[in-house]
Design a protein. Structure first.
Length: 117
């Protein structure tokens, strides 16, 4: 998938790469600020999407945008839309590969995995 824009809750993010894994629906539980996958939802024929994506935050408000994205890793489901898929998703993992706080940083590179709820 090429460059695109997604909306996750109130954040608009630039995505450079995304992979979609379609798997059997799972049972999820929130523990603290983390989503824990308890196992497959037996007897349910529905599937769910797991989206793994990477991108860069480069806006003039990049520090605020980074903080807002980190705050969405709260173990809760949030509205997601990318023009193909829309629904409620939760962040399974969120990693930044930057030296945040260093003067002169022009972008924050991130990798994020979302699971459909």
């Amino acid at each position: 998938m090429g460059f695109s824009i997604i909306t996750f809750e109130n954040e608009t993010l630039n995505i450079e790469n995304m992979s979609v894994n379609i798997r059997q629906k799972t049972i999820k539980q929130t523990v603290g600020k983390n989503v824990v996958i308890l196992g497959p939802a037996l007897g349910v024929e529905a599937n769910e999407n797991v989206l793994t994506m990477s991108g860069k935050i480069t806006s003039a408000t990049k520090d605020t945008d980074k903080t807002n994205l980190k705050n969405l890793k709260d173990g809760q489901r949030h509205a997601y839309s990318d023009g193909i898929r829309s629904g409620d998703y939760a962040i399974l993992s969120l990693n930044f590969t930057d030296t945040g706080g260093t003067a002169g940083i022009s972008q924050y590179v991130y990798n994020m995995t979302l699971v459909e709820w």
